[in-house]
Design a protein. Sequence first.
Length: 98
Amino acid sequence: MGHETTADPIPAQHDAEAKRKVVNRLRRAHGQLAAVIAAVEQDAHCRDVVQQLSAVSKALDRAGFLVISSALKECLNHPGKEGAPDQDELEKLFLTLA
């Protein structure tokens, strides 16, 4: 029984790594969005603006998929954990990005 109450350090480390990756992707998207805004303000060619918008969109999608992936791993490693999304919720979250 003592083993069940012992905190497992691996999920906390995994969560910190996943969080770092998500934050890095969001910061990258933030920088790309700033570049899009500057391009529009400077009357850049529409091709350049669309390419930059595409990069922002992909960066945000990747961050979203990473969040869902982390939640899925958490569910698999700790089924029934309070507050964890269930399979239906994970599917809905995934489909919002698809």
